[in-house]
Design a protein around this ligand. Structure first.
Ligand code: BGC
Length: 241
């Protein structure tokens, strides 16, 4: 708890296939190992929330950051393409604050990943490649929340997520997926003219293409490490426990 290392943050990454947690100290260094459970199926609010509460059990922390795989406004979930339609308008921040008895902030998972990855200078774009495809945009470290490139049209009448999500990777294989990714990067660079692109998510490890100089792969752990920046800058809306 709050000792010489300061406040401890339980960082939670809710994904389409796994839910991961880790406790971070105030400097953002991990103080526990990463803990993971499979995302309950169907991924309805009640079992997913119970899984998060289960992972939190036995861990010492003072506050909670949650990355959620959908649009989140003021702690309330607005979409969840890869979880379940029941997530429309769930006040996840308040529910977790009540169940965990600690202050909670919830933001989009790619936004949280971005906070753990960016340098804080210029226009920085983050994309995440996992079950779905997420994105986050920053100007000099300031987040433009809830960018949703995954559901935006990419090519051949398909969205970025339809072409690059996990289902597509399994369907077409790594070589074709890499070809698509290279086209996607060209298209995103043309649209955003970013200074730097960061690519994260569980499937980033399958990237074999030569990335442009201004693009780099970030470790999947940044999805959890971003949980600390959230409290530094109060990017989300805090709900008291
Ligand atoms: C969701 C995004 C999310 C991404 C990665 C997409 O389907 O719409 O909000 O960031 O998946 O989880």
């Amino acid at each position: 708890m709050a000792d010489k290392k300061g406040l401890q943050t339980l960082s939670v990454d809710i994904g389409g296939s796994g839910i991961k947690v880790m406790v971070l100290d105030e400097a953002g260094n991990p103080v526990t190992d990463r803990d993971r459970v499979e995302t309950p199926q169907p991924a309805k609010p009640e079992p997913v929330i119970a899984a998060v509460v289960g992972l939190a059990k036995g861990k010492a922390f003072d506050r909670v950051s949650v990355g959620f795989p959908g649009v989140v406004k003021a702690g309330i979930t607005k979409t969840a393409a890869n979880l379940d339609p029941d997530w429309l308008d769930v006040d996840l921040a308040s529910i977790l604050a009540q169940q965990l008895g600690k202050p909670v902030q919830v933001i989009n998972d790619a936004d949280m990943q971005g906070l753990g990855a960016i340098a804080g200078q210029g226009v920085e774009l983050v994309i995440t490649l996992g079950t779905g495809m997420g994105g986050a945009l920053f100007l000099n470290g300031k987040l433009v929340p809830n960018l949703e490139p995954g559901h935006h049209e990419f090519r051949k009448g398909s969205t970025y997520e339809q072409q690059l999500g996990n289902a597509a990777l399994e369907e077409v294989g790594k070589r074709k997926w890499n070809d698509r990714l290279s086209k996607a990067i060209a298209s995103l660079e043309h649209l955003f003219n970013y200074d730097a692109l960061y690519i994260g998510g569980g499937n980033a490890k399958y990237i074999t293409l030569d990335l442009p100089k201004n693009a780099k792969i970030v470790p999947n752990i940044s999805g959890l490490l971003g949980g600390i920046a959230l409290w530094r800058e109060e990017k989300g809306v805090r709900r008291e426990g």
